[in-house]
Design a protein around this ligand. Structure first.
Ligand code: COA
Ligand code: NAP
Length: 281
């Protein structure tokens, strides 16, 4: 995690508390580590105690004070208790990152009602629960909210009706809270990561073999997958004074993957150009 310290002072968030739901693994842990690297006290919650304890070791290794709590974001009282514990151990929350989510590939005609509901409950209702439970602490710190969205929120993806509905809801909630809570000095933004290497999400949704990985990377203008550190750096920027006038915004961090005209169309045009002018990239 040395990258962020090359650009920002390691005490940028000294004295500030950042709470990340679903912070025990993957992108959310990467976000927690970025905040730890710039001096924040970091609280993480999730459903699995062992996962949280192993994440604690990583975060403490970066010098952070850490608070963990087992809590399912679908259970408001459990979240509220986790946020009270965080306050007691680290001080009031300055930045809340709503990252807890569940996903799987399922064509809509095969998805059960409970499968759809489960993802909406975790992603969307869980995000509202967290934001609502953190409100008094955020009001006190004049802090900010960061929601982890996804490209499915604004580009329909096959077998992703549940995720798309949930993440689109999250982005709408993000904007409503920016509108309503600006008067308390609270900012609200979301990050929509593209494919991030080495994550559970990519394991579940990503290509199965090397050839398919190569084809997907070719459809991304920057030609590669993103890293958890790159999502963490974006979160630190959004939560920092550098973004003091930024609210109600979705920041897409996807190497350009969702740009109109990319993907198959770009590949077809490039193939046609290569056929016309062999040897030109
Ligand atoms: N395809 C279709 N339906 C699925 C499914 C799949 N791969 N996995 C679960 N479901 C359905 C179940 O069948 C069930 O519906 P039913 O009662 O009609 O049978 C419903 O979803 C709930 O499943 P359950 O296992 O009880 O949910 P859970 O609350 O224990 O777990 C999940 C939530 C399903 C999202 C689970 O995959 C999870 O915990 N994911 C967290 C990690 C993750 O997804 N990371 C990637 C983030 S991008
Ligand atoms: P991940 O490691 O599985 O992260 C999800 C985390 O949420 C886990 O730590 C999980 O821990 C926790 N969680 C799940 N259900 C929960 C619940 N009900 N209550 C509390 N915590 C819960 O997957 P990831 O791929 O890094 O994804 C992280 C975030 O990035 C998600 O919001 C995802 O939608 C988003 N995203 C990912 C990608 C990608 O390329 N991976 C792309 C776009 C967006 P427990 O199971 O222990 O609770």
């Amino acid at each position: 995690m040395s990258e962020i310290r090359e650009f920002l002072p390691d005490d940028l968030f000294a004295g500030k508390t950042v709470l990340v739901t679903g912070g025990g693994s993957g992108i959310n842990l990467g976000v927690a580590k970025s905040f730890a690297a710039v001096g924040a006290g970091v609280a993480i919650c999730g459903r699995t105690a062992e996962r949280l304890e192993s994440a604690r070791v990583e975060l403490e290794g970066l010098g952070a004070r850490v608070s963990t709590a087992v809590a399912d974001v679908r259970e408001y009282d459990a979240l509220a208790a986790a946020f009270d514990k965080c306050r007691d151990e680290l001080g009031p929350i300055h930045t809340l990152v709503c990252g807890a989510a569940g996903n799987f590939l399922a064509p809509a005609e095969k998805l059960s009602a409970n499968g759809f509901k489960t993802v909406v409950d975790i992603d969307l209702n869980g995000s509202f629960n967290a934001a609502r439970a953190a409100f008094e602490q955020l009001r006190e710190t004049r802090g900010n909210l960061i929601f982890i969205s996804a490209g499915q929120a604004f580009v329909p993806h096959f077998a992703q009706a549940h995720c798309g509905a949930a993440k689109a809801g999250i982005d709408n909630l993000m904007q409503n809270l920016a509108l309503e809570w600006g008067r308390f000095g609270i900012r609200s933004n979301s990050i929509a990561p593209g494919p991030i290497e080495g994550t559970e999400g990519m394991k579940r949704l990503g290509p199965r073999d090397g050839g398919a990985h190569a084809a997907l990377k070719q459809a991304i203008p920057l030609g590669r997958y993103g890293t958890v550190a790159e999502i963490g750096q974006t979160a630190v920027f959004l939560a920092s004074p550098l973004a003091a006038y930024v609210t109600g915004t979705r920041v897409v961090v996807d190497g350009g993957m969702s740009l109109p005209g990319s993907g198959v169309f770009t590949q077809l045009v490039m193939s046609a150009m290569a056929a016309d002018s062999p040897g030109h990239p």
